[in-house]
Ligand binder design. Sequence first.
Ligand code: ATP
Length: 447
Amino acid sequence: MDELVALCKRRGFIFQSNEIYGGLQGSYDYGPLGVELKNNIKSAWWSSMVYENDNIEGLDASILTNPLVLKHSGHESTFSDPMVDCKKCQARWRADQLPDNKCLSCGSTDLTEPRPFNLMFKTNVGPVESEDSFAYLRPETAQQIFTNFKNVVDSSAKSLPFGIAQIGKAFRNEITPRNFIFRVREFEQMELEYFVMPGEDEECHDSWVEKRLDWWEKQGLSRSKVKLYEVPDDELAHYSKRTVDLMYEFPHGLEELEGIANRTDFDLGSHTKNQKDLDLVAKVMENKSSNSKLAIQDLKTNKWVVPFVIEPSAGVDRGVLAILNEAYNIEALDGGKERTVLSLKPHLSPIKAAVIPLKKNNQEIVNLSSKIKNKLQKLNVGRILLENTGNIGKGYRRHDEIGTPVCITVDFESLEDASVTVRDRDTMKQERVAISDLENFLIRKIS
Ligand code: ATP
């Protein structure tokens, strides 16, 4: 973990938030390369969900949430962790994370009784600060999917099964944020709510577990490092009938990367029951009205149903950590040397290709390099960088370390024969490629 944290800082993936003022615990900032990696992960998820499935629609809803939503979702009363204080050194811990009931700071066993600590952040809305003028920062993106259920159904003419996907920030006032970006207070989630007929939920749940395992494998995680954890009944969230967690062997241990829950009709049912027009809702629940906000008509029977929901919910930040961990390698080279290489899947690499002029002061070479950069950039496959440092060896080392799949060197010969030297990150093999073939070459390399 220490090596990864150091690499992230040195190369500009991830920084401690507000570092110049001593930091803000549980918050991290993504630097120039981190933002690219994170965007690539999110766009791989979005493609696999929304673009590859005509029955899944996207959403980008607000973070500020009406307290009624989180009251009726059950979060106000149950979204808490058990907290204990150490009576000796006053440190505060999550009770379920203390092995042997000992304070992790001073080792004392003199702890307070566990008490629930609600994890939701509140913020004031409007100019007047009063008890009831507040909103929550959403603790999961899911609730805004449920509250938009009817809007999406009506505007996109959906029938069951169908899904709504969303990527966005979520906030939890974690008692003890730790392990770099693994447990933070501000993070991003990639969540799908997949709505199915009651009765079809269990089979659908199993199939999403498989699909999600496949997806993580395509992002570079070894299947052997991802374990399935059947969450026991007494640990299930209040809304869940069954949850399977995908656990990954992070540098600090085996922990949750994604949770895949069968949320039943809990949320849609609860929001339906608790809307203002209770009379109307009562009728809907008895199948007497078509005006429910959060039900859908079964086209076979014409009856109104509140669907069940399967929810694959993945953390972007935990994904970044797992993918970096998996890609990070120190390789032995001939002559007792070694190199650090980030063997990222090319579609996730922050920089797709670096164009390196052999001589930084040779205008002809630099101009040709710049033309090549612009031409490749137009492919719109991600960032292509003109790396004009004049030191090829250093350039290769840097790009190995940040996971750039190919380096393209423009030399004197290039001016004569319109070809360049292309070096592969993984094999370190070099080959000559005609400039006119570079676009196809790059597309083949990174797809
Ligand atoms: P944990 O048990 O580790 O606290 P959780 O079960 O509360 O996690 P979920 O509510 O299932 O997590 O949230 C879905 C996903 O969101 C998690 O699998 C994780 O990837 C991510 N996530 C949740 N809490 C955090 C956090 N504090 N920091 C970073 N990612 C988080």
